[in-house]
Design a binder for this molecule. Structure first.
Ligand SMILES: [Zn+2]
Length: 116
């Protein structure tokens, strides 16, 4: 994953946050922006927008974003699904909290229990 935001990403961010693009560019240059979180924010916003505006399947939107941001489909899924579903569930094996998305994906157990 790139360590700095691209000019296109900065432009989209400035529109989303209603912030001056030049300021964001400077912050990006200084390396003080949290690139991963910022990119997650952009991906989530774009996913929401496309879900409303386009008639594409959610999975197609995920694929499209994965290509655009050049990151894996599963990374996109973590961003767009785990954030949407804030409700937590408890792991059936150890009782620790897991996101609803993970809960469904892993058939009711957390990552730790799944890997053991
Ligand atoms: Zn567990």
């Amino acid at each position: 994953m790139k360590t700095k935001l691209t000019p296109q990403e900065l432009k989209e961010l400035s529109l989303l946050l209603k912030q001056d693009e030049e300021n964001l560019q400077q912050l990006n240059e200084y390396g003080v922006l949290d690139v991963i979180r910022t990119r997650a924010y952009l991906i989530e916003a774009e996913f929401k927008k496309l879900s409303v505006e386009s008639k594409q399947l959610k999975q197609d939107i995920v694929m499209q974003l994965a290509r655009k941001y050049n990151i894996s489909v599963s990374s996109i899924e973590v961003v767009v699904y785990s954030k949407h579903i804030n409700k937590k569930c408890n792991c059936n094996t150890c009782g620790s909290k897991v996101t609803k998305y993970k809960y469904r994906k892993n058939a009711g157990i957390c990552d730790d229990c799944k890997s053991t």
